[in-house]
Design a protein around this ligand. Sequence first.
Ligand code: 7TS
Length: 423
Amino acid sequence: MGNTTAHSTQTPTTAQSTFDVSAIRKQFPILNRQVHGKQLVYLDSAATAQKPDVVIDAEAAFYRNTNSNVHRGVHQLSVESTDAYERAREQIARLINAASADEVIFTSGATESINLVASSYGGMHVGPDDEVLITHMEHHSNIVPWQLLCERTGATLRVVPVTDRGELDMNTLRELLTTRTKIVSVVHISNTLGTINPIREIAALAHGVGAVCVIDGAQGLQHLAVDVRELGCDFYAAAGHKMFGPTGTGFLYGRKELLDAMPPWKGGGSMIRNVSFSGTTYADVPARFEAGTPHIAGAVGLGAAATFLQSIDRQALQSYEHDLLAYATEQLSGIAGVRIIGEAADKASVISFVIEGIHPHDIGTVLDNEGVAVRTGHHCTQPLMEQYNVPATARLSLAMYNTRDEIDALVQAVRTAIEVFDV
Ligand code: 7TS
């Protein structure tokens, strides 16, 4: 069965000339390696993006020259290490146009960022008669923390449906928003469908009923220039490793006035002002939310990733990725038996597909043999799998370093899979 999408016919031809992909590729050393004797074709950047030299070098240089704990010493290394850690916070604040670096809290990833909001803000503001609104296209990381909050508080979780094309049903979203709604939490870019959601509109609607708007931005910064103030969101949860930074890193952006009023969610060193058995007082934000020794080298690497992203012409990158998306969609749609899942009008370079008669894991295995890395599974979006009535999908996710040649390699490997399984 073939497939067409809004992107399949028009392919901008100028993108390649304004975006120098070969210069980008040179900065990602892993792209030179071989897999099973074939040149690696890495199409799994939604799971984790590869790292440029500037990120690898920043983390290594920190360990080589500066390593020491932060905020705890007067000795020179500790001062330098604290400076490097706080500089990274500023680099991130600049990337997302936060009003101040205090609005950036380091976390271990998008998952932890969302749990922080659910636990701290949610624990304080959500009660038994209240509602939390999420959508049917959320990653489990933006479902389970809210389920836990609702179980704890007696609140109700409401879910905005997704249309067959993979877009949010905005009419139902409007209907579900009431004065009971305290939190609206929505994914910026769906990791399974590629859908880019209308965040500005959703944030404005949430504010209209007095709710706060949380954005799961795990996939956002890799593809889009994100300006949190322009988006109008209250919280933005980011995964460092998906924006070309180190694994085990991420951050939560929160509006300062909200963060200031929020209680700590993890206790320990560094998050206190004064500890005594008669009562403990807490540090100001962001330290209040960073108990214990943080992933200092990771934060430094993430700061380098933020600056790396800022150095890139995001408009040109977006247009380049759009060209790749259109090309891949067109090529895959031309193969009999391939069904693409997710056909939103506004889509990032992520394509889920299934092939009639072949389990997605088998597709993944054949592709791997050809050196082509795609993800197969439910992508931590089981409710979406249920909606589309598939156990799993194969998913390619294209980033700034991918090329049309790599898409050709993928398409060839998909044809091989169809031959091997004789469907
Ligand atoms: N939200 C979305 C939309 C995601 O895509 C992911 C990870 C997360 C949250 C969790 O991010 P983490 O950094 O805390 O793990 N998504 C994927 C994926 O699509 N394949 O592997 C991980």
